[in-house]
Design a protein around this ligand. Structure first.
Ligand code: FEO
Length: 385
């Protein structure tokens, strides 16, 4: 496999994961890439690596440019194994290479790989000369692990941003102007909603730091390299990291005998009558990671489940567990569902909600609600949205 030159002497040498469909619970329907970058200068430098099973692919791409044993520096912007899994293989080929990383990066790499590699610890503002060019480092802790940092090359105005600004897209194309931009931006939003969302304040700081740099190219570790649409992705990250919301209601439910589903559709009509943008998700048919993408910028979420035995529908519990971990903020909530002889469904749903959520209405029907019951409930809801 070949390396792809993205700038004179700078190559993309990562792996393309065409078959990836599940990234710890995140549906990656377009696969992904783990982008590693090789810089040919007086110091041969590799920025990040790949998942362990794509190490051979990365090495063959590096070998199409240079003998991997000549690598002097391996920069580890982030320890998570989709970017560090190829390090043992590359360090076996270049055992004298220095590993440039943050203090938390060194700790994480030692914990993962139990190797006494030669570490060079950097902090925000540190610069390492590669010869004609250099790398400056900016710590971006908790976007989205404690060790995260980004590397900036001022001479070429390239930001090697690791996870930030990434998208899970497997493609042979490497640049944002070679692939449908709407798809890239949709996948960047899904990536933010499912990976970065819990760390919005840290992401906002990282975006602020990025704005201070003169950038002509953003080379993330997943998906396409930004060179044409940099203002578009920065503007979106700014909006997402500020938790900006639309007048939008996301209705999420599962149903046993159709009652909760019918209630979901009635609630839909009530929001529709007030001019809301709407999304309706039957959890039997929709993936929780796609729902999170829509939920991220919604003002309202309506969650419905009947009581099932002593609990709720497992699809709803799975969604709630996933959402709880990602901790979206400041939503107005409508709880709904039906029960036969045990009313705990709404209480169980409520127990999963993040603290900043406000429940504005609870609609719980016994078996099948009468028309009068639903009319009254919708009148109440109408007055609160
Ligand atoms: Fe792409 Fe946090 O790893």
């Amino acid at each position: 496999m070949k390396a792809l030159e993205i700038k004179k002497g700078i190559y993309c040498v990562g792996g393309i994961d065409w078959a990836l469909r599940n990234f710890h619970g995140y549906l990656t329907q377009r696969g992904s890439t783990y982008n590693a970058y090789l810089i040919i200068d007086e110091k041969i430098t590799l920025i990040d690596t790949v998942k362990y099973y794509l190490a051979e692919e990365m090495i063959s791409r590096i070998s199409s440019v240079i003998d991997p044993s000549k690598i002097d520096y391996v920069v580890c912007n982030h320890v998570e194994m989709d970017h560090s899994g190829g390090m043992p293989a590359i360090m076996r080929l270049a055992p004298n290479a220095e590993v440039i990383t943050s203090a938390a990066g060194e700790k994480g790499l030692r914990q993962h790989y139990k190797q006494d590699w030669k570490f060079k610890i950097v902090n925000s503002g540190d610069t390492v000369s590669l010869g004609k060019r250099s790398l400056q480092f900016v710590m971006t802790p908790m976007v989205h692990w404690p060790d995260n940092m980004v590397s900036y090359m001022p001479e070429e105005k390239i930001l090697f941003s690791n996870d930030a600004f990434g998208q899970h897209i497997a493609s042979h194309e490497r640049f944002d102007d070679e692939y449908p931009i709407d798809t890239i931006l949709d996948e960047a939003k899904k990536y933010y909603a499912n990976i970065v969302l819990p760390y919005a304040s840290q992401a906002a700081k990282a975006v602020e730091d990025t704005h201070k740099l003169d950038i002509k190219m953003i080379a993330p570790s997943h998906g396409l390299v930004w060179r044409k649409h940099i203002p578009a992705i920065l503007e979106r990250y700014e909006k997402w990291s500020q938790n900006e919301k639309e007048k939008k209601a996301v209705i999420v439910y599962d149903s046993m005998w159709g009652t909760t589903e019918n209630m979901a559709k009635t609630i839909y009509s009530t929001f529709e009558s007030k001019g809301y943008k709407l999304r309706l998700f039957d959890l039997k048919l929709n993936h929780i990671s796609d729902i999170m993408t829509d939920l991220m910028d919604a003002s309202h979420i309506c969650i419905g489940s009947p009581t099932l035995n002593k609990g709720i529908m497992p699809t709803v519990a799975s969604f709630l567990t996933y959402m709880q971990g990602l901790a979206p903020k400041n939503k107005q909530v409508v709880l709904f569902g039906s029960y036969g002889w045990a009313q705990q469904n709404l209480k169980i749903i409520e127990s999963y909600l993040p603290p900043s959520f406000e429940v504005i209405e609870r609609i719980n029907a016994n078996y099948i609600p009468s028309e009068e019951f639903m009319n009254d409930a919708m009148k109440q809801l109408h007055s609160k949205i």
